[in-house]
Design a protein around this ligand. Structure first.
Ligand code: SF4
Length: 308
């Protein structure tokens, strides 16, 4: 049987300006770079449509705080991109009128970046007092408007890993169907700069991540874990984002300071690594191992080749 063709996903970065200052942010050292202009972004949206993008993910920084955000979404929908989604900290959506405009523009799905089950944990990680309350209000506003495609993502760091089960209960209570628990990327930005304070050992984080997945499963949701070594997720292979996305998507990243036309493939060979400990592992072909910077700091002692 012929394999289904992969969908093209273009991740369009509007710039790195943001109304949060997440401590682990991969773009922490890029804040001073200029934002893209509306004209530039419209040209890129047309280019993405011309290239046949099935999915356009608009991200920042924080794209929703741009005055032209709704115009960008509207343009992408008018030109016929099937799915236009946005990853957001959700603060702008706390304003019902702003949420209304965004929904009316035709946005297909929203991915909320929620990093804890409480204001205490979330706001400490975003360095944005009030950001948890605004995200919750933003989510409630979307629901009030009848918008259903609400997703979540959570960056897993030392400061929230123990709270992942509580966060999973919250996601389940809110009925968030798609959630990703993302093991923090320490290759650059905030997590690299503050590695010891932020980056947990995978052996410490994995049990909490798996517990969160099980809570989702019990509630009827097929949530995912991202950027994890498979030897710590035996039996959870169907819930690993990388495995799923490799089968479904070709992903391009179009950022102001770089363009990557194979974000999935290059991550495997540049940003992550399967070190010596992986030799002979039965999962070697499907696993991406661990972040390069993680291995530099913590070594590969936690990895254990999976037997055939
Ligand atoms: S030993 Fe290496 S290749 Fe095997 S599952 Fe663990 S990280 Fe992946």
């Amino acid at each position: 049987m012929k394999a289904k063709p992969k969908k093209l996903k273009v991740v369009l970065f509007t710039g790195y300006n943001c109304n949060n200052r997440c401590v682990f942010c991969i773009d922490a050292d890029k804040r001073a770079l200029p934002e893209r202009t509306t004209k530039e972004l419209l040209a890129l949206i047309y280019a993405a449509a011309k290239k046949g993008a099935d999915v356009l993910e608009i991200i920042g920084g924080e794209a929703t705080i741009r005055p032209d955000f709704t115009a960008l979404v509207r343009a992408a929908k008018r030109i016929g991109i099937p799915s236009v989604v946005c990853a957001t900290n959700g603060r702008a959506l706390a304003d019902l009128a702003a949420a209304e405009k965004i929904v009316a523009a035709g946005l297909d799905a929203v991915i909320f970046s929620l990093h804890g089950p409480s204001a205490r944990i979330h706001d400490a990680l975003t360095a944005g007092p009030g950001s948890f309350g605004q995200l919750m209000k933003g989510m409630a506003n979307l629901k009030k408007l009848g918008f259903r495609r609400i997703n979540g993502n959570t960056t897993v760091v030392k400061g929230n890993m123990r709270a992942l089960p509580a966060l999973a209960e919250l996601y389940a209570a809110l009925g968030v169907r798609n959630v990703e628990y993302i093991f923090v990327d320490p290759n650059c930005g905030g997590a690299k700069n503050n590695f010891d304070e932020l980056v947990p050992k995978i052996s410490a984080a994995a049990p909490y991540m798996k517990k969160a997945l099980r809570i989702g499963f019990a509630a009827g949701f097929d949530w995912k874990a991202r950027y994890v070594p498979l030897c710590h997720f035996k039996g959870y292979e169907a819930q690993i984002s990388e495995i799923n996305e490799r089968a479904l998507f070709l992903t391009e990243h179009w950022a102001p300071d770089f363009k990557n036309t194979d974000a999935i493939g290059s991550r495997r060979v540049v940003s992550r690594m399967r070190p010596a400990a992986c030799e002979g592992c039965a999962r070697f072909q499907v696993c991406e191992g661990l972040w390069v910077e993680y291995l530099k700091r913590y070594g590969d002692g936690e990895l254990k080749a999976v037997k055939k």
